[in-house]
Each structure stands twice: as structure tokens, then as C-alpha cells.
Write a protein that binds this ligand. Sequence first.
Ligand SMILES: Nc1ncnc2c1ncn2[C@@H]1O[C@H](COP(=O)(O)OP(=O)(O)OP(=O)(O)O)[C@@H](O)[C@H]1O
Length: 294
Amino acid sequence: MNEPEEYVRDTPAYEDYPIVVEGLRNAFGSHVIHDNLSLKVKRGEVIGVVGGSGTGKSVLMRSIIGLQEPTAGQIHVLGRDMMADHDEDDIDIRSRWGVLFQGGALFSTLTVGENVEVPLKQFYPELSDELRSEIARFKVRLSGLPEKAAFNYPSELSGGMRKRAGLARALALDPELLFLDEPTAGLDPIGAAAFDSLTRELKETLGLTVFLITHDLDTLYAICDRVAVLADKQVIAVGTIPELLALDHPWIQEYFNGPRGRAALAAKGDSELEDAMPESDESAGMDSAGMTGA
Ligand SMILES: Nc1ncnc2c1ncn2[C@@H]1O[C@H](COP(=O)(O)OP(=O)(O)OP(=O)(O)O)[C@@H](O)[C@H]1O
């Protein structure tokens, strides 16, 4: 099966890195999205994934959770080789992560509670209706919604509430990994900040590892332990924000050191980070390639 020994389940490296992507290639016809892309996600971290529009952030997430079959490369999730032939264990592995897709992807004909019950029914068909409904209502509350929202249809909720409903469904099975695709897109700044706090709080209390695709600089500063930057078909750098600020890659400088980046930093009010920020016309020393795969 050509599996790198160190990432097989129950080994220390698998414990440290629940998501390991190596040499990934994705292409749609002649359109190459990823070429030799590698990324290791540490257990217990919130990793932010950023990059220009169309750089393949969502395709990367879909590859990791098995919704997109890559052309080449290796992906290990929780010690499982995602490129290997599917077997019965795949049912088990899919119950160990939760996903909040862009837009929430809720079933419009089901109530919020029924939406949360969908994965419970799929993976635990033996649960009684009563217990399943009770678990769903608990997840709704855990996501910061009033319990009565469980009885609403998605169309009856605000955009922010729908995101929380999607989060409740992502948490239905007590996952170890949480994938969030642009969770604060479309939310007002107060709603976005509240969602960020909730994500951080859930990560701390539930011990989650969070893979977070975002364009939201405030979110990066507020809750991400490290940030992975997609450009040129690869992850060109991974690190803390101060580490990324020290790189002289033009996209990274433009992103973090441009007007919106500086505004987000000022809003964060972190003097240590501000000290790490180079002057806008200064090019700092570290080579971006050196950071890749950290
Ligand atoms: N199923 C598909 N068939 C063909 N092309 C696709 C498919 N899915 C994605 N693509 C293309 O792959 C590229 C990367 O898409 P992806 O949605 O991952 O970008 P992204 O970085 O998440 O962008 P954004 O920030 O705008 O959401 C885009 O050019 C997109 O058109």
C-alpha cells in the first residue's frame, strides 16, 4: 500500500499530526490546481488556510475528507490512508470529523434539529428517536443557539444562526476534527467575532483540531494557532502570524501587510505582533520555502 510507516494509526507521529498531506496533485482536465502540495496539521491546533480566490482551498479540504479524488499524492487522516481502497473502516473514519461547508449546506425541508439528527441516524441507527432528538437539541445549544431553534426550518433563521445550525450538525458525532469552510463569510463583524469566539471555545473544551478556510483576517488573528498559505499550486508557507510576517513572499506581504491586514492587527491590539510587523517597504529575511511543511 506504500504507506509511510510513521503516519499509520497508533504511532506517535499520527498522534501528533492527525492530517498529513504529501505530494498532492489535483487537476481538472488540463487545469492543475495543486502540484506537489504538502501540509501537516498538528493535533489540537486551529490551522487557518488562506490564499487567493481559486487557489484550491476548498479542493484541498474536499481531498482531505475524501470528496475529491486527487491525481497523485498521499493523504493520511487520523492514521488512515485516504487514497487506499475504501473498506468498512471508512464509515468509522467519517464519523470522526465534522464539516461546516460554505453556506451551511443544511437540508431546507428539515428542521434544524432534524438536520443535526441526519448524521446520528446514519452512523448510530440503533439510537432511539427520543435519545437522538435529545442529542440534537444539546448540539444546538452547544452551538450557541436557543434550544427552540431546533424546531425552526433553516429559512426561518438569520445567516449567522444558519451557520451555527451547520456547526451543530458538524458536531453531531463528537468529532475529533472540525473542518470549517469560510465560516464567517457573510456575517456582520459582531456576528463573525462571536462565531470566532465560539470556535475557539469549542476547540478548547472539546479538544478539537480545526482546519479553517478563511479570507477573514480578523479570524486569523483571533483564533488561529498557525496559518497555511496556498499559492502557486502549493502550500508555500505554514507558521504563526509573526513567522509569516517575517517572510518576503509578495502575496504574504500584500495580504498581512496591506491596509486590511494592518487594520485587523490594530483591532487585535497585540503589541508583540505589531512589533513583528515589518515596515511596509521593508523586505524581511526568511525564505518562504524554508517554512513549508513546518
Ligand atoms: N469539480 C470541479 N470541476 C472543475 N473545476 C473545479 C471543480 N472544483 C473546483 N474547481 C476549480 O478549482 C479551482 C479551485 O477551486 P476552490 O473552490 O478550491 O478555490 P478556493 O481557493 O476555495 O476559492 P475561493 O476562495 O474563491 O472559495 C477553481 O478554479 C475552481 O473553478
